[in-house]
Design a protein around this ligand. Structure first.
Ligand SMILES: [Fe+2]
Ligand SMILES: [Fe+2]
Length: 145
């Protein structure tokens, strides 16, 4: 059994992102400046997270065994696009100071992160070679500075 370092780091990042989203939620209906700042912090960190997933993690694992099904990376990237599009429309509402809620975003994010934590990172941790794993971990740490 290899280490679960990638899973551990990404689970931590996922909970941090959910915490940032909670901050946004707590600021709804209160001070606009706080709401706006918390929204920026959430979006900034989520985009960094998606960036490292798409550019450093999903691209580093390309098994050619036909019996193994690892075609979920493109679905996950489609979900990133869907989530970012939704955030874009929430941001528009925020800028116009229209009311908005985060229920749909929360639902999408929880489903997405749960899939990654159950089906993606545990597999990568076991299947990729140690050298690739080191590279991935370095990249993850770059975005978590
Ligand atoms: Fe993701
Ligand atoms: Fe993720």
């Amino acid at each position: 059994m290899k280490s679960t370092e990638i899973l551990d780091l990404m689970v931590k990042d996922h909970s941090l992102l959910m915490q940032y989203l909670k901050d946004v939620e707590n600021n709804i209906g209160h001070d606009f400046g706080f709401l706006s700042n918390s929204f920026n912090t959430f979006q900034w960190n989520l985009e960094k997270h998606f960036f490292v997933e798409e550019k450093a993690i999903f691209t580093s694992y390309n098994p050619d065994e036909p019996d193994k099904k690892y075609d979920y990376f493109s679905d996950l990237m489609d979900q990133h696009t869907e989530i970012l599009t939704l955030i874009g429309s929430l941001r528009k509402k925020l800028q116009k100071r229209e009311p908005f809620d985060l229920n749909e975003l929360k639902k999408l994010l929880v489903k997405h992160k749960t899939f990654e934590e159950k089906n993606v990172y545990p597999v990568l941790d076991q299947e990729i070679d140690d050298c690739t794993k080191r590279d991935i971990i370095d990249r993850i740490k770059e975005i978590r500075l």
